[in-house]
Design a protein. Structure first.
Length: 139
């Protein structure tokens, strides 16, 4: 370690804040499977691809003992602006599978909402375009 106790913060993350669960010499102090309590899937897993947007709808009230510091950080990051799961993964420095489980926990607790981005419009069917062109020609 670099003279800090575990949990006092390690190398600052991309936002300049210390990573509380990272030790400069040893790496992660808490293993990812411990953060998710061994789970690989969370609530709302079907909606949580990397492009899904996470928006906090209410702050955590602090009474739910299932929520750890990572959950609280996600709620904090999504309180003002929607963030994609990919962006949360980058900002937290955690594997995307772990972030998806943590977001699923917050979703289940009613703390965040998950919105899928609007899919790109499908191009019209070629047969419909031909009918429109033929209709315009007859005018």
């Amino acid at each position: 370690m670099t003279g800090r106790r575990a949990g006092d913060g390690g190398t600052p993350d991309r936002t300049g804040e210390p990573q509380h669960w990272y030790d400069d010499a040893a790496g992660p102090v808490v293993r990812p499977y411990a953060m998710t309590r061994g789970r690989t899937r969370g609530a709302g897993e079907h909606r949580l691809d990397r492009t899904a947007f996470v928006i906090a709808v209410r702050p955590p009230d602090g009474t739910d003992d299932r929520l750890g510091p990572e959950h609280l950080r996600i709620a904090e990051l999504t309180a003002e602006d929607p963030r994609s799961v990919a962006e949360l993964t980058d900002r937290l420095g955690l594997p995307s599978g772990v972030v998806r489980v943590l977001v699923g926990d917050l979703f289940e607790a009613g703390i965040v909402r998950v919105d899928r981005p609007i899919p790109p419009a499908e191009p019209p069917d070629e047969s419909i375009l031909r009918l429109v062109i033929n209709g315009l020609r007859t005018l």
